[in-house]
Design a binder for this molecule. Structure first.
Ligand SMILES: NC(=O)c1ccc[n+]([C@@H]2O[C@H](COP(=O)([O-])OP(=O)(O)OC[C@H]3O[C@@H](n4cnc5c(N)ncnc54)[C@H](OP(=O)(O)O)[C@@H]3O)[C@@H](O)[C@H]2O)c1
Length: 270
């Protein structure tokens, strides 16, 4: 198989839980050869796909895992850059070290994976990179500002890479999930200390976030859309997979005058 047929070799980062696991399982069902990654693959039961070790913060493990898949399969057709974490806290309460940590994982980690897979994709003049961003990339969300920053970075990274690679027939796509029921809530980086100045509004914002996550969607719905994107010959630059108020708020941001939109957003967090 040379990657032009329907069965593709797919690498999904962060496939030990949440969206990544749902994506990997859905792609197995679609007949693809799927490799997932985790920092501790040995800690996870067999989920129906091969789980390899990769720590996005450690370039050597990224390169070694990509090399292993290439050795096994001779190619990687699709990469889903999914691994990532959230971060919460008033910007003033988060340390520069915490800012560097989330930047290193959500943005530089994805860059490490791209650098590892791109030589092979360019050479074969075929490939698809799906970067998992977030609906949060569209706004500077209060008390989740650094998360918004990293995901906005993912979107801009996608746009630039997409143009750089167009001549090599390698496609690059951003996908922005809304809220899906995963471990994202418990895995979020948190401030070491919450200042009294922000406490009430920060706690209210986290309460709001917690209750909306409680009603959030099944990760399998997101995986379904990923499977469809992979099946397309010419995928769009961006897919927003969000419903209701999340989807509407992106539209309002572009339609309303800046101050009016900001007022609505601030009111939501009051
Ligand atoms: N859930 C949502 O509502 C939502 C919304 C928008 C965007 N997203 C994005 O979707 C992606 C997946 O999140 P999720 O909600 O599925 O969260 P999750 O359930 O917490 O899964 C996160 C995955 O990332 C992996 N990971 C964490 N740190 C890593 C590191 N240093 N190196 C390699 N892998 C690492 C974890 O694997 P190990 O711990 O096994 O290494 C895990 O498989 C993230 O990029 C997130 O920002 C999620």
């Amino acid at each position: 198989m040379n990657g032009t047929g329907t069965s593709k070799v797919v690498l999904v980062t962060g496939a030990s839980s949440g969206l990544g696991r749902a994506i990997a399982q859905r792609l197995v069902k679609a007949g693809h050869r799927v490799y997932g990654t985790s920092r501790r693959p040995e800690a996870h039961a067999d989920e129906g796909f091969i789980l390899l070790r990769m720590d996005l913060l450690d370039e050597a493990t990224v390169n070694a895992t990509v090399a292993q898949v290439l050795q096994n399969e001779g190619r990687i057709d699709v990469v889903v850059n999914n691994a990532g974490r959230g971060i919460q806290g008033a910007l003033e309460d988060l340390t520069p070290e915490q800012a560097m940590a989330i930047y290193d994982l959500n943005l530089v980690g994805l860059h490490r994976v791209c650098r590892a897979v791109l030589p092979g994709m360019r050479e074969r003049r075929r490939g698809l990179i799906i970067n998992i961003s977030s609906i949060a990339s569209n706004f500077g969300l209060p008390y989740r500002g650094l998360y918004s920053v990293t995901k906005a970075g993912v979107d801009r990274y996608t746009e630039a890479l997409r143009i750089e690679l167009a001549t090599f027939q390698v496609r690059v796509v951003s996908m922005q999930p809304g809220e899906f029921a995963t471990n994202v809530d418990s895995a979020r980086i948190k401030p070491e200390k919450v200042s009294d100045a922000y406490r009430a509004r920060y706690e209210r914002a986290m309460e709001l976030l917690g209750s909306s996550l409680h009603y959030s969607r099944d990760p399998n719905e997101f995986a379904e859309v990923v499977a469809k994107v992979i099946a397309k010959e010419r995928p769009r630059p961006l897919y927003r997979v969000a419903k209701g108020v999340q989807r509407l708020s992106v539209l309002l941001k572009f339609l309303l005058p800046g101050r009016l939109f900001e007022g609505l957003l601030a009111k939501h967090y009051e």
